[in-house]
Structures are given as structure tokens and as C-alpha cells.
Design a protein around this ligand. Structure first.
Ligand code: SF4
Length: 167
């Protein structure tokens, strides 16, 4: 984005991650990198209990199933609300760069989140859009792997919630 004159702000919204120590570790990794680029990092509330309510009844779903769709919707709606309140025009997510995630689910959740935030705010014509882009193509997957290596990022072995840690 920076190489294309797009200056993003990072909205860190990951109340799905547990335990809290793991959440903090990942947040610090993200913040460290964003700070090195001079980007703003906005910290969303860490309310794991509220997130658990959002996925209630879907605990036994496999990854890429119904629980993950609700998880994306929950976090992207929070992000869309923030973006709308603060005058951003485009919303996307690093989730879309992971080959472990369903891009179809992410795009569905993102479009829904923006539409819902606009409707809730009574501002259907506000200039906020979901940025539907495949962040894995055009050399971006390779770029991602290179950055992980270059910056020696902590690389987690499970998605984040307690249900992704079983088995
Ligand atoms: S596996 Fe990952 S995406 Fe799915 S519900 Fe858990 S934290 Fe969310």
C-alpha cells in the first residue's frame, strides 16, 4: 500500500484471541511493525466474553465453517464502525492475506459489515467501501513470506480462539 501511496491506519480488533498473553504478544508484533513504518495503530477493546457470545452455538464448527464467518463479521463490523466514525473511505483486512482463511467468507463478512455500519448510522451514502481484493495474488503471498522472515515475526501455530486450539 505504501509503495502505491496509500497510507493505512491499523485497527487492531482481535477479541477472538485467547489467552490474553497470546493476544498481547500478537498485538505487540503488529504494533512493532506498524510503528517502524510510522503508521497509526488503533487498539479496539479486548472483550473476549462478548466475542464468545457472538459465536455461541458454533463452538464445534470446523475452521472455515460457520463460527469463522461470525468471527469475521463481529470484528469487521467493529472496524467498519470505527472507519465510518473517523472518515476512512476503504476497509480491508489482513485476514484476507492468509491462505488458511476462506476469502469468500471474508469478502461476504466485509461487505456485510460496511453495509450494516452505514445503515446503523443512517448514512447510506457515506463514502466507505469494502475493498475486495485478493491479497494473495500478484506476488503478495511471496512478499508476505519474505516480510515474516525479514522481520522475524512471531508466527503462531493456531488461529486464535480456544476452539482452533483443540485436537
Ligand atoms: S478459528 Fe480463527 S477465524 Fe475461526 S472463529 Fe476461531 S479465531 Fe475466529
Amino acid at each position: 500500500m505504501l509503495q502505491n501511496d496509500i497510507r493505512p491506519a491499523v485497527y487492531y480488533c482481535n477479541p477472538n484471541i485467547t489467552p490474553y498473553e497470546e493476544y498481547s504478544l500478537r498485538k505487540e508484533e503488529c504494533s512493532r511493525f506498524a510503528r517502524s513504518l510510522g503508521l497509526d495503530v488503533i487498539d479496539a477493546d479486548y472483550d473476549h466474553a462478548a466475542w464468545l457470545c457472538a459465536v455461541k452455538g458454533l463452538e464445534n464448527e470446523p475452521e472455515r465453517g460457520g463460527r469463522c464467518l461470525e468471527c469475521f463479521k463481529y470484528r469487521l463490523l467493529d472496524s467498519a464502525r470505527y472507519a465510518l466514525r473517523n472518515g476512512y473511505g476503504l476497509l480491508t483486512t489482513t485476514l484476507a492475506s492468509s491462505r488458511w482463511k476462506s476469502l469468500e467468507q471474508i469478502n461476504r463478512a466485509g461487505a456485510w459489515a460496511v453495509e450494516t455500519a452505514l445503515r446503523e448510522a443512517g448514512r447510506p451514502d457515506a463514502p466507505l467501501q469494502w475493498w475486495e481484493r485478493n491479497w494473495r495474488k500478484g506476488g503478495l503471498q511471496e512478499r508476505r513470506s519474505a516480510l515474516i522472515k525479514e522481520y522475524q515475526f512471531y508466527n503462531q501455530t493456531w488461529c486464535g480462539c480456544e476452539f482452533s486450539r483443540r485436537g
